[in-house]
Design a protein around this ligand. Sequence first.
Ligand code: TRP
Length: 81
Amino acid sequence: MDGGTVTEDEEASGRYIVVKALEDGVVIMGLTRGKDTRSHHSERLDAGEVLIAQFTGLTAAIKVRGKAEIMTDVGKVASGL
Ligand code: TRP
């Protein structure tokens, strides 16, 4: 396979979410698509840092732990206490 090819497994849906950490140590986890759900990647953000993440063939769900502002296609929500 050539280097530029995106496999079906990794195909991006085009949908993004934006997460802005409102405290240090916010964790964002990518959860796998398919029969079993496991965390395949996690990112730690400190206060003020922003992550823009995309849903893909591999990532069906995204979990956020800690205080953050989350923007998605379906609206804006706050996580954490
Ligand atoms: N493996 C699950 C699936 O493909 C991942 C998933 C999708 C999920 N939506 C979810 C996990 C909502 C928790 C909550 O269906």
